[in-house]
Structures are given as structure tokens and as C-alpha cells.
Design a protein around this ligand. Structure first.
Ligand code: CP
Length: 314
């Protein structure tokens, strides 16, 4: 595997391999291992044209904990703000001889396009409304660890609801693809104005009734309302949204025993998820964060460990 552009490109075997290696990145107390020599001599760049806390910092930690060198380049503070194009920015970094470029950009398909311009491995850290593959991989890792810790089996055969602003979400696309590849069934819950076009072809159930769905799911994944991507007309009032689609303290009681609550973050507490739900004993939200480091270590390892500085160009 040279690039990680999306879950759509991965087979179930490749997903299982990444998740199995992520498991090995934890110590016996389930904490990520903080120093391995696997990527000594490799250099990775975090190139973020959009803001991030979790993805950028966990990729940086993942690279450093595998002994790679890591640098961060953001649109703000780089020559992008002087008008340099995405292509020139990428080719400039590539010319420095880096081994991997981890890129987040507002354009759907931008990371795939970038892969055609550079010799480094490209990793998609979120491209527009298209995909966020490492988020889906870390979600599966955290869900699997929750299921195993509670003797609830594996993801195969489980039912997962994904509720929220699905129209603007790259996380929902990657999660639907990955959960289906691992044998789970997915039900999407959103107001009609926040459903993605073509969702009827995704092989998922779609409903507007969160109360009906919650008692039957093993995982209730809540997604952020992305107000920064809304120019108006999408969104009911906050009060209506919470009434129909928020995981409130009252709705928490509808979850079946053993079901867990997931959210990729950042959260709008009090909107799509209440603090009662985010901080509940069933919440795996912080486990998702720690899974992110292990999964990103695994991804970097699989893309870069076999390559030397000279053969990265093949
Ligand atoms: N979930 C996620 O991608 O978070 P960040 O935007 O903080 O990276």
C-alpha cells in the first residue's frame, strides 16, 4: 500500500491488518507504546489546510513514537496565505524528500489529486465531504475494544446508528464503508435537509426517528452539526434539532445494556450530544481519541516501514 486515500480502496483484509497492528501498538496496560524504532530515518509532514486538534496531534505523536521526524505545516502561517497553490505547496514539500504527506483540505478528492503530483505517500486526513479514513479505522478500533472488554463479540453482525449532520460529514462516508466491510449494519438518522445526496444507494437504512432506533443499536454514533459549512436553510432551530436528534439525558435511558456512545469530536455539547451522554459510563469518546494514536501508528508503519528513502519514489 503506497497511499491511504479512502476506505473505499481498502479490502476487508487490509482493514483487519491495520487494526491488528494498531492492537500491537498498545502496551499490556492498553496504553499506546511511546517509543519504537520502526520509522527511524523517515520524515512525515502534517499539511493541514483546515483546522484540527485530534487528527493533526495524533499523527504527529504517532510519527514521533515510531521514531520518525515530523513537521507541521498549516495554511495559516505558511506561503499558502500568500497565495501559493496547493500543488506548488505539495511539490515544494515533496522536493525536500519527505516520505509521507498527511493532508487535510476542504476539497473533496483533493488528496487523491495530490497523490498524482508527489512521490511521497499521501494520507487522507479529511478531504471536504468525501472521506476521513483514519477516523473510521480508529472508530472501529475503539468499538472493537469496547465489545471485547464487555464479552459482546465483534463488529460483525452488530447494528450501528450514525446520527447528525450527515450532509457535510466525511466521517459518515468512511464509517459506512468500513462498518459494512466488517459486517455491521448501519442506520442513518438525520433531518431530511441534512442527508447526503444519493444516500439511498449506500445500502443503509435511513430514518428520522432517533427514539425508535436507540433501543436496537449496539453503537450510537453522534456526529457534529457543522454550522461552519452551512450557508442557511439546512438547519431547524437548535431547540427543534435537540428535540428530534440530540442525544439528551432522557434519550440515554433508551439505549440497551452494553450499547456504547461514540462521537469523533469536536463536540457541540448541548446540541447533538448532552454532557450527560458524552460523559456517561457508556461513552467511548476518549477511547476513540487514544485509539487514534495507535491506528495512525499502524497506518504510518504499513505505508513507510518497508520503504527506504530511495525506494519511496517507486
Ligand atoms: N475528529 C477529527 O477529525 O477531529 P479534529 O478535527 O480535531 O482533527
Amino acid at each position: 500500500m503506497k497511499h491511504l486515500l479512502g476506505i473505499a480502496d481498502l479490502s476487508r483484509d487490509e482493514i483487519e491488518t491495520i487494526l491488528a497492528t494498531a492492537e500491537e501498538m498498545h502496551d499490556v496496560q492498553s496504553r499506546p507504546i511511546k517509543k519504537l524504532p520502526a520509522l527511524r530515518g523517515r520524515t512525515v509532514v502534517n499539511l493541514f489546510f483546515e483546522d484540527s486538534t485530534r487528527t493533526r496531534s495524533s499523527f504527529e505523536l504517532a510519527a514521533k513514537w515510531l521514531s520518525a521526524d515530523a513537521i507541521n505545516v498549516s495554511a495559516k502561517g505558511s506561503s499558502v496565505s500568500k497565495g501559493e497553490s496547493m500543488r506548488d505547496t505539495l511539490m515544494t514539500l515533496d522536493a525536500m524528500g519527505v516520505d509521507a504527506i498527511i493532508m487535510r483540505h476542504a476539497g473533496s478528492g483533493s488528496v487523491q489529486q495530490a497523490a498524482g503530483w508527489v512521490r511521497a505517500s499521501m494520507i487522507n486526513a479529511g478531504d471536504g465531504m468525501h472521506e476521513h479514513p483514519t477516523q473510521a479505522l480508529l472508530d472501529a478500533h475503539a468499538i472493537r475494544r469496547h465489545l471485547r472488554a464487555n464479552d459482546l463479540g465483534d463488529i460483525e453482525g452488530k447494528r450501528v446508528s450514525i446520527t447528525g449532520d450527515l450532509l457535510h460529514s466525511r466521517v459518515v462516508r468512511s464509517n459506512v464503508l468500513l462498518l459494512q466491510k466488517l459486517g455491521a449494519s448501519v442506520v442513518l438518522v438525520a433531518p431530511p435537509t441534512l442527508l447526503p445526496p444519493g444516500v439511498e444507494n449506500w445500502g443503509v437504512e435511513v430514518t428520522y426517528d432517533l427514539d425508535e432506533v436507540l433501543p436496537e443499536v449496539d453503537v450510537a454514533m453522534m456526529l457534529r452539526v457543522q454550522r461552519e459549512r452551512m450557508s442557511g436553510g439546512f438547519f431547524p432551530s437548535e431547540r427543534e434539532y435537540i428535540a428530534g436528534y440530540g442525544l439528551t439525558a432522557q434519550r440515554l435511558t433508551r439505549l440497551k445494556p452494553g450499547a456504547c456512545i461514540a462521537h469523533p469530536g469536536p463536540m457541540n455539547r448541548g446540541l447533538e450530544i448532552s454532557s450527560a451522554a458524552a460523559d456517561a459510563s457508556q461513552s467511548i469518546i476518549l477511547d476513540q481519541v487514544s485509539s487514534g494514536v495507535a491506528v495512525r501508528m499502524s497506518v504510518l508503519y504499513h505505508l513507510l516501514a518497508g520503504n527506504t528513502g530511495s525506494d519511496r519514489r517507486d
